[in-house]
Design a protein around this ligand. Structure first.
Ligand SMILES: *Cc1c(COP(=O)(O)O)cnc(C)c1O
Length: 225
């Protein structure tokens, strides 16, 4: 199967899950996660109509953005852990950063965005719902502080919340998604935080049922890494 075939299968899954949840399929946006895949794979997906691509590593994002600079309406989503000293790369190249998890990172991104951008940078706050100590993300009790830090930056635009459920526990995944939706409601609801970024190749249906507006799908589009 080609990348285009895989993409249409993923769209069919998204549409079916949205319908099952009485949501409009257009309310769920697909971010094609292209980490570790070559620029040619992204061109293939682009030719099939895909525009939003997700990358996890700052240098890889910059290299691919340069290699694909001729595709003007391509949209880059940064979805990996962002170290403060790499914030400048994401601030320059990304359209959306899904993984702001500390006030320090928000401050640095805001400063770099003010310097290097012509439009504000859309950001989501990553929440570590499983409270896994080794994992990135703000704990639920830290969300307020990070929201305030983002709001204090005129060149950042607060868009929503993002989470990555603990690996290897499919039974817990659904409750993690529902918890992210609950946390959104605790912090102002969809008017303040319109986007929920959750759901990957294996669990996008559950995420859509719980309210995902971005699903981040890699392997189901580009194959195993
Ligand atoms: C790699 C990755 C994905 C995509 O996962 P797949 O299982 O390949 O669909 C989504 N979100 C994040 C944060 C990732 O690192």
């Amino acid at each position: 199967m080609t990348v285009a075939d895989h993409l249409s299968r993923v769209h069919a899954r998204i549409d079916a899950a949205a319908r099952a949840a009485s949501r409009a399929p257009g309310d769920v946006k697909l971010v094609a996660v292209s980490k570790t895949k070559p620029p040619e794979a992204i061109r293939e997906a682009y030719a099939a109509g895909q525009r939003a691509f997700g990358e996890n590593y700052a240098q890889e994002l910059v290299a691919k953005a340069e290699a694909l600079a001729d595709l003007h309406d391509l949209e880059w989503h940064f979805i990996g852990h962002l170290q403060t000293n790499k914030a400048k790369f994401a601030a320059r190249v990304a359209h959306v950063v899904h993984t702001v998890d500390t006030s320090v990172l928000a401050n640095e991104l805001g400063k770099r965005a003010a310097r290097d951008r012509t439009a504000p940078l859309a950001v989501l706050i990553e929440v570590n719902i499983g409270r896994e100590p080794q994992k990135a993300g703000a704990s639920p009790s830290e969300i307020e502080e990070v929201i305030d830090a983002v709001r204090a930056q005129p060149w950042l635009s607060l868009r929503g919340l993002m989470t990555v459920p603990p690996a290897g526990d499919p039974g817990a995944t659904r409750s993690v998604f529902e918890t992210l939706a609950l946390l959104r409601n605790l912090h102002g609801g969809p008017g303040v935080l319109p986007e929920l970024s959750m759901g990957m190749s294996d669990d996008l249906e559950g995420a859509i049922a719980a309210g995902a507006s971005y699903v981040r799908v890699g392997r189901a589009i580009f194959g195993d890494r």
